[in-house]
Design a protein around this ligand. Structure first.
Ligand SMILES: Cc1ncc(COP(=O)(O)O)c(C=O)c1O
Length: 308
């Protein structure tokens, strides 16, 4: 099949059984990994980026040739850089300096203008907190006004969770032939978890939020400690799972070593969450997780240093 452009390759990623890993860890049950790190921008956020731009163009909120601005940890921005580039919208990504430099380099390569926002006082590079994100939000709002741009707004735009409700979750359900009993996801905007839970919850799947144990942590893309998230409002969840930065790192390394799946910190956090579920409330069941992005985005970080 010949695709008209690369955005048609967004979706339908493989679902892989992590049976070697569960055997190694002595767990009863299965973990299934949705390999969204294999999407064109090497992250699950391609889905949200495509859905937001398609909806905004269809409704006329986004005019032909209009500039798009977005706050990003790098992945939503990479997806938007791809989609906007192909659909003729200049794109400005506003990102914290605390996120890994690979992300900025990739967005620039795809034609985006990247505005880096210095971190809050006393912050550590590689650890982007809610305070850092508030600074990025202020800069994104100012730029949106200045450029008379369309703000993609992943934290508020309904197409973000819809992309997972109509894409990620049904794909997992179909590929697993309805065998999934639990799902957990590390929360950033909550788009993946909220959207997936809307589809999986009514089918009897227990959905859990994964959070970091501290406000400052290395798991890029989420864990911002926000009091409310629009995409999780009214979505019934089975519970919360806490994961440390070291657990995320360790499980990302296990994924690479035992399964040949090269994911980032949050993929590791999701795996750590799934392991806790199989050791506890989901024992003997089948837990689905998303491999949120590629480990290649973290080559400059300590994720792969001394990885053994
Ligand atoms: C690497 C990574 N993990 C997890 C998330 C969180 O996903 P969501 O915004 O759907 O909650 C993001 C979001 O940008 C991300 O980039």
């Amino acid at each position: 099949m010949i695709l008209p452009d690369i955005t048609h390759a967004i979706g339908n990623t493989p679902l892989v059984a992590l049976d070697r890993l569960t055997a190694h860890l002595g767990l009863t049950g299965r973990i299934l990994a949705k390999c969204d790190h294999m999407l064109p921008g090497f992250s699950k956020k391609d889905r949200a980026a495509l859905a937001v731009i398609q909806a905004a163009r269809a409704s006329g909120t986004l005019k032909a040739g209009q500039t798009v601005v977005e706050l990003t940890s790098g992945n939503m921005g990479t997806g938007l850089a791809i989609v906007c580039g192909l659909k003729g919208h200049p794109f400005v990504a506003v990102m914290s300096e605390g996120n890994s430099p690979e992300r900025a380099a990739m967005m620039r390569a795809l034609g985006a203008e990247v505005v880096l926002v210095p971190q809050a006082e006393g912050a550590v590079a590689g650890e982007v907190s809610g305070a850092d994100l508030a600074l990025v939000e202020a800069a994104a709002q100012a730029l949106t006004q200045e450029r008379a741009a369309f703000r993609a707004d992943q934290f508020a735009h309904p197409s973000n969770p819809t992309a997972h409700e109509t894409g990620t979750a049904p794909e997992i359900w179909e590929a697993s032939e309805g065998t999934v009993t639990a799902f957990c996801d590390f929360v950033g905007s909550g788009g993946t978890l909220g959207g997936a839970a809307r589809f999986l919850g009514p089918r009897g799947v227990a959905c859990y939020a994964v959070h970091p144990d501290t406000p400052n942590h290395p798991i890029q893309g989420g864990g911002y400690n926000m009091p409310t998230l629009a995409h999780l409002k009214g979505v019934p969840l089975a519970g919360n799972i806490t994961v440390t930065g070291n657990e995320a790192r360790h499980h990302a390394r296990l994924l690479a070593r035992f399964e040949g799946i090269f994911g980032g910190f949050s993929a590791g956090a999701n795996l750590a969450g799934a392991v806790k579920l199989l050791a506890g409330p989901a024992k003997g069941g089948t837990v689905a997780i998303v491999i949120c992005d590629s480990g290649l985005k973290y080559l400059s970080t300590d994720l792969w240093k001394d990885a053994s």
